[in-house]
Design a protein around this ligand. Sequence first.
Ligand SMILES: CC(C)(COP(=O)(O)OP(=O)(O)OC[C@H]1O[C@@H](n2cnc3c(N)ncnc32)[C@H](O)[C@@H]1OP(=O)(O)O)[C@@H](O)C(=O)NCCC(=O)NCCS
Length: 411
Amino acid sequence: MTTPAHADTMEADTARLREMDARAAVIESTSRGSDGGQPTYEGLSGVVISASAICDVNGERGTLSYRGYDIGELACRATFEETAHLLWHGDLPSRQELDSLTARLTAERELNGAADLILSALPTHVEPMDALRTAVSSLTCNGTNGQDPGSMQEDQAICLVAKFPTIVARFYRRRHSLPPIAPRPDLSHAANFLYMVQGHEPTTLQAQTMDLAMLLMAEHGFNASTFAARVTAATLSDMYAAVTSAVGTLKGPLHGGANEQAMRMMLEIGEVANVAPYIDDALARKQRIMGFGHRVYRHSADPRAAYLRASLFDLCAESGDFHFYELATTIAEVVHAKKGLYPNVDFYAAPVLYLLGIPLELFVTVFAVSRVPGWTAHVMEQYANNKLIRPLSTYVGPENRVYCPIDDRGH
Ligand SMILES: CC(C)(COP(=O)(O)OP(=O)(O)OC[C@H]1O[C@@H](n2cnc3c(N)ncnc32)[C@H](O)[C@@H]1OP(=O)(O)O)[C@@H](O)C(=O)NCCC(=O)NCCS
C-alpha cells in the first residue's frame, strides 16, 4: 500500500533521480573529447565539482594564491601560523589574533591520553603514515563532533594542526627506541616540529626553511586528499573523520608519497654524471619519474617549486656543499628536455627536507603536517554550504544474470 508519506518519498526520489541524471549528463559531456566521442573518465580531470574561496590553482598561468594572496607574496613574507589563520578566516590576522592563535596552538601541542596510548601500543614496524592516520582518528576523543558551528570548528582545527607534529615525532622516536621529546612552547610550529623529531634546536635558517616548506604545502585546492576530506565532511561526519580520510588519501605515491620517492631516486642517482643515463633508462622502461608532472600544472611549472629550489640553494650555501642543488637542478633539466615535464612541489621539497635532517620515512608525514590547515579550511567551507557529494558511474558490467546454486557452478 502506498501511504501519503511513501508517495512524498517517491516523488522526492524521482526528482532527485532527475537531478542526478541532469548532473550525469553534464559530467559525461565534460568527460567527452571535443569530437563528442566515447567518454574517457580521466579521474574527474577538468571537472569543476564546487565553488571555493580558499585557493586559486591556475594551471594555465602556473599561479597559485591562498585567499587572493599570490603564493610568492606569502612565501616571502608570511609564516605558517599566519597562513593557517588566513586559510580559516579569509584574512591575514592582526597582531592580537596571531598572538592568540599562537598561544592556542602551543597549548594544544601535547597529546591526549588516547592518542599517546595508541601510539605506544602500535608495533614499531607500522609505517609512520599509518600510525598518523590511526592516532588522528583517536583525537575525536577530545570532545564533540565537527559539524558544530563557529568557534567549535576552529578549536578542532587548532587541535589537529597543533597535534600532528607531536604524533609524527612521538611515533618516529618510539620506532627507533628514542625517548619522547616534549613540545617546546617557545619555538614556532615549524621549529618545534624539527626539535621534537631531532632532539636539538634547529638553526634560524633551518627553522625558516621548514616554515616556508610547510606554508607552501599548506593548501592546494581540490587535490585528492582535500577532496576526500570534503566528501567525508559532506555527509556531515565530523572534522576528525574528514581529516582521517585525507591522511589515508595523501599516503599514496601518486599524491603525498612522491617526495620520499623523489629523494630515494636522487640518492640512487648519486652523481650528476649519472643523471642522463638513469632518466633515459627509467623513461625507456615507462617508469614515472617521481616529483615530475602535475594534474593541474600541465603546461607550466609548479609555482611552489621555484621557492623550494631557492631554499635548497640557501641550505647548500649555509653548509658550503652544493651537491644536492647541482644534482636536483640537473635532474630537472634532463627530465624537461626528454619528457617536457616540470618538477612539482615534491621534487625540490625532497632534498630540502633531507638537508633539514628529516628522516626519509617521515617525508609523507611532513606533507600531512603541512596540509592540515588546508584540509580543515575546506571542511569548514563544506559545512558552511553543504551539499552531499555523490557522483555517478556508467555501468559497464554484465547484465540480466541468473543466480546459480553453489553446487551447480562447476568451478
Ligand atoms: C601527478 C600525476 C599523477 C598527474 O598525472 P595525470 O594528470 O593523471 O597525467 P597522466 O598520468 O595522464 O600522464 C600524462 C602523460 O605524461 C606522462 N607522465 C606524467 N607524469 C610523469 C612522470 N612523473 N614521469 C614520467 N612520465 C610522466 C604519462 O606517462 C603520460 O604519458 P603518455 O601520454 O605518453 O602515456 C603524474 O604526473 C605522476 O604520476 N607524477 C609522478 C608522481 C608525483 O610526482 N606526484 C606528486 C604530484 S604533486
